[in-house]
Design a protein around this ligand. Structure first.
Ligand code: TPP
Ligand code: SF4
Ligand code: SF4
Ligand code: SF4
Length: 601
């Protein structure tokens, strides 16, 4: 029985895995692929897991695959950097249970620290790549990836672009075909990657890629649309759909498997045309390979090497390449939107930390999470942001360089609980036996907030429901840091604004490593709503200290009968964290309930 539904690309990947008899999935959260795992977690036949980082996720999926279970590993593009070590060696082996790596690329860096092209890592690791264009293809290609993985004994990369992950489309569903888990069969020549076994696997890997390239020469999912145009556009995935809409009369060779390329087939196709264009987002992977194969083509001469190839970018490139006339009207008027910088939520636990750091004029080595917003105005406290977990190693390097240069300036590093467990542990150990003056703030909001509130090892169930029962599983950052031998470790409530400020100031003055662990949970994820506050405009002196905390409900406004601008709180947006009332120098911000009491009296 088939059914048609409207779902996202991510939901389609999850469904495809389920239909193909998928058994185990392991993921680390990161935009744009988060909802693949959210969806899998609702499917009882699949054992779906969030791992502590991408390397652990990959290793879990390797383990289930070599035990014969159809396995899926999910991450965002930069996650593969973390998992690259096991990945590069695992791809030498003959895959047992299917292994699919669903990886989300983010051209245009809508929510990432860089814009890397995962195809390059697939090329590096000698595995094939499928590139779906629509939610339907996301489902079909996931099933196909499982099939190819078992047929060719290879891990398969399913590369999904951020726009497809979140795009919705009509998708035809099918029943699940369950699969059998054969169990682990000992085979040192395949699973013990040491010489001489690993030397032999190089030949297997090379032959496997040659077989896949041959297979791709006649792959039924690659399509060649011939309409008599003098230019052939070789493309794949989302970009193929954009091209079709902009230039419906174009001749398009759309590849389903974008690595390894069917060079002979493309050479033959190219021979029918006056000109060949290669349209691909980010790196010129296909263009370079085709040029190396002697095929006369152009790509990055017209298509940008950075950003999404959206309608405007493709239209411009096709006009420049002479495929369409420049006078053709735009397919879509650009939307007129108001630019807004991202803001911390009302009641965010990171706010008072940034407020203090700003006042202390600290040099802060930042990390990745909601607290990365400390880079932006009005706080502008974070001075660096490189990769997850980097703050701890970086702050140590900076402290050492400062000492050699005779610069006596205390340094602060921030790291969230999610990031601490992801890749901060080893940096923290490195800090445990040094003499430099460094303050580390572990911003433990009990969740991986930035990616939608996945659990971390400190996620305390007490915050997520009202059961008041002890947390099921809780790993204390305090205990870990103490066990590393660090003595100067404090657990603080940053919503006691003045005390917190003093503790931070003192810690920054103390020599050696001081660790401060903040404890207030994420207001959004744990739905923390307390009674709101209001501004007594008669007391307010308009100093803007509250406004500078950048909490969304606060703004300056003109009150009737008062000349100067005074502060105001939108009660329906305020979640009553009290931080603004604590920074007000004249006590003008009070609980709204108090005002109501006064009115009654
Ligand atoms: C290597 C890598 N994997 C995943 C991500 C996606 N990501 C962005 S921030 C973040 C973690 C944030 O959690 P936490 O450190 O607890 O900070 P919070 O957002 O809760 O403030 C993740 C997983 C990333 N940027 N880089
Ligand atoms: S999601 Fe949580 S941690 Fe992130 S800004 Fe909102 S309240 Fe702060
Ligand atoms: S009490 Fe103040 S800082 Fe807290 S949520 Fe309300 S307006 Fe924002
Ligand atoms: S901090 Fe107090 S005095 Fe200053 S603007 Fe806000 S409410 Fe007014």
């Amino acid at each position: 029985m088939t059914e048609k539904v409207v779902i996202t690309g991510n939901e389609a990947v999850a469904r495809g895995f389920w239909e193909a008899g998928g058994k185990v999935s392991a993921a680390y959260p990161g935009s744009p692929t988060v909802s693949i795992t959210d969806t899998l977690m609702k499917m009882k036949e699949v054992d779906a897991n969030w791992a502590t980082n991408e390397k652990v996720a990959l290793e879990m999926a390797i383990g289930s695959s070599i035990t014969g279970a159809r396995s899926l590993c999910v991450m965002k593009h930069v996650g593969l950097n973390i998992a690259l070590d096991p990945f590069m060696t695992f791809t030498q082996t003959r895959t047992k249970g299917a292994f699919v790596l669903a990886i989300g690329d983010d051209p245009g860096l809508t929510s990432s620290q860089n814009e890397q092209d995962s195809r390059m890592l697939a090329q590096f690791a000698n595995i094939p790549v499928l590139d779906p264009a629509t939610p339907q293809e996301a489902l079909d290609y996931t099933r196909e990836a499982i099939r190819l993985s078992e047929q060719f004994e290879t891990p398969v990369m399913l590369r999904i672009m951020s726009r497809l992950c979140h795009a919705r489309g009509v998708v035809e569903l099918n029943e699940r075909k369950d699969s059998h888990i054969a169990g682990f069969e000992e085979d040192p020549s395949n699973f013990c990657m040491l010489p001489p076994y690993s030397n032999a696997q190089q030949y297997f890997m090379k032959d496997r890629m040659e077989n896949l390239a041959k297979f791709n020469e006649t792959y039924h999912l690659n399509t060649w649309e011939r309409q008599g145009h003098d230019t052939l556009i070789i493309t794949s995935g989302l970009v193929s759909g954009v091209i079709k809409e902009i230039a419906p009369a174009a001749d398009i060779y759309k590849l389903a498997m974008i690595w390894p390329l069917p060079v002979e087939k493309l050479r033959e196709a190219a021979s029918h045309y006056r000109k060949v264009l290669v349209a691909e987002e980010m790196m010129p992977v296909m263009e370079k390979e085709l040029k190396a194969g002697g095929i006369d083509c152009e790509g990055k001469k017209f298509f940008s090497f950075t950003g999404e190839l959206d309608f405007e970018a493709v239209r411009h490139a096709l006009a420049e390449a002479g495929v369409i006339t420049a006078t053709e009207p735009d397919v879509m008027e650009p939307l007129k939107t108001v630019d807004r910088t991202p803001m911390l939520c009302a009641g965010c636990p990171h706010r008072p930390v940034f407020d203090s750091l700003k006042k202390l004029k600290a040099t802060v080595v930042g990390d990745i999470g909601c607290y990365s917003l400390g880079i932006l105005p009005p706080f502008q406290v974070h001075k660096t942001n490189i990769s997850m977990g980097a703050s701890l190693g970086m702050v140590l390097g900076m402290a050492k360089a400062n000492r050699l240069a005779g610069i006596d300036k205390p340094l602060v590093a921030t790291i969230g609980d999610g990031t601490f467990f992801h890749s901060g542990l080893s940096g923290m150990v490195q800090l445990s036996d040094i003499k430099e003056n460094i303050t580390v703030i572990c911003m433990d909001n009990r969740t991986t907030a930035m990616t939608g509130g996945q659990k971390t090892m400190t996620t305390n169930e007490l915050f997520s429901d009202d059961s008041k029962e002890a947390p099921e599983h809780y790993v204390s950052i305090y205990n870990i840091v103490k066990a590393m031998g660090l003595e100067d470790v404090e657990v603080v409530d940053q919503f006691q604004v003045k005390e917190f400020h003093k503790k931070l100031k003192d810690a920054m003055k103390r020599p050696g490593i001081s660790v401060i662990i903040t404890t207030r949970p994420c207001a959004l994820n744990f739905k923390i709503v307390n009674p709101p506050f209001y501004v007594d405009e008669k007391i307010c002196i308009g100093c803007r200290s509250c406004v500078n905390t950048n909490c969304p409900p606060i703004n300056m406004k003109k009150y009737e009968g008062i000349e100067a601008l005074k502060s105001h709180i939108h009660a329906d947006m305020c979640v009553g964290c009290s931080v603004c009332s604590q920074v007000c120098p004249v006590g003008a911000i009070k609980p709204l309930a108090q005002k109501k009491e006064e009115v009654k009296a």
